[in-house]
Design a protein around this ligand. Structure first.
Ligand SMILES: [Zn+2]
Length: 351
């Protein structure tokens, strides 16, 4: 019964598995049918002429239990295309633990079985949270009507403001009447983080923003060249949809003067987008996006700015508290200074 209750509680969770509703129903119908077949009809010894077909199924419980040791010889299916709160590699690993009778089953049946098992291990609150995020992402994409807006622009040849100087595809969200909402997002969500994480670049005094959506894929922008943002702190949310490629590469934080300086080995950082997840980084963190090789990727960007920080910057020359190159130069200067002092000291004490 726990399984049914779980299934009922997890209804919302199931809804996003498009096209699998039938499969799931049929799975449970089959399970119920199997149970009925396994219960031998009681008191059938009266000889009423009805032949009871012998049960053909194996014991249900043992048949459906995961194996403790993985079947290492089994080559699992690939689940990379599966939309789930779990990483696709989990399904491939778990497949080796499936009961032998299921190992050669169609991928969809195995997937359904594993989803059901995994659902039991994900706390209810977490599952609801994941689903809420997914629904919200879809709502953003449909509510903002990015695609329809694009079509309309093309139809009327109306010149709209592009999100920034580098992206041709996308739309400025502030133009859609979302300015107040995005301001609230900045003040109530981003500020508390950036105050702690990026105080040296004005993270505690953010006071304006520029919010936009960018699109990548076939007939859209393919990649984004290496650059810094016109922001102090950038929030980059991946809204979907399905795509491959499009990884972000980061190469160290730089001030205006050092924006083209060499990258140090420890500054090399790569990040793969996950729909529903976001990156928060300093605007001056040099970065770019690799080509989106297939599918369609939509990201929401919020550039947050601090007028106080920008004003203060005019009077400063050294940004070693956040610029990697200023920091490196400062260390070199300190080492030279130390060497000079050491040499002078040795000369004084020498013969
Ligand atoms: Zn610098």
């Amino acid at each position: 019964m726990a399984r049914w209750r779980l299934q009922s509680r997890g209804r919302r969770h199931r809804l996003h598995m498009k096209g699998q509703g039938f499969l799931r129903r049929s799975w449970f119908a089959e399970l119920r049918h199997k149970r009925e077949r396994e219960d031998p009809p009681a008191g059938n010894g009266k000889g009423n002429g009805v032949t009871v077909p012998p049960s053909v199924s194996k014991p249900l419980y043992g048949d459906r239990r995961l194996r403790l040791n993985p079947n290492k010889a089994h080559k699992p299916d690939k689940y990379d295309d599966v939309q789930s709160e779990f990483d696709p590699s989990i399904f491939s690993s778990l497949e080796r633990h499936l009961p032998p009778s299921l190992l050669e089953a169609p991928r969809d049946s195995k997937l359904e079985f594993m989803r059901e098992i995994l659902a039991r291990y994900l706390p209810e609150g977490e599952r609801a949270r994941v689903q809420r995020h997914k629904e919200y992402r879809q709502r953003i994409m449909s509510a903002y009507q990015v695609e329809n807006f694009e079509k309309w622009v093309n139809a009327v040849k109306f010149k709209t403001m592009r999100p920034n100087t580098m992206n041709k595809f996308g739309a400025v969200l502030d133009d859609f009447g979302l300015e107040a909402m995005l301001n609230k997002l900045m003040e109530e969500f981003i500020c508390p983080f950036s105050r702690v994480l990026f105080p040296e670049v004005g993270g505690s005094t953010l006071d304006s923003h520029h919010g936009f959506i960018v699109e990548y894929g076939k007939d859209k922008d393919i990649k984004l060249d290496f650059h810094v943002d016109d922001s102090e702190v950038t929030l980059n949310v991946c809204l979907g949809k399905q795509f491959s490629g499009g990884e972000l590469f980061f190469r160290g934080v730089r001030c205006d003067q050092h924006v083209n300086s060499e990258t140090q080995l420890e500054e090399i950082l790569e990040y793969s987008h996950v729909p529903g997840q976001a990156v928060l980084h300093r605007g001056r963190h040099r970065h770019g996006a690799r080509p989106t090789t297939s599918g369609h990727r939509i990201n929401l960007l919020l550039w947050c700015r601090s007028s106080a920080f920008r004003e203060m910057k005019k009077y400063q020359k050294d940004f070693s508290s956040w610029c990697g190159e200023c920091q490196r130069e400062k260390k070199v200067r300190q080492r030279q200074c130390l060497d000079t002092t050491k040499t002078a000291f040795l000369r004084m004490g020498g013969p």
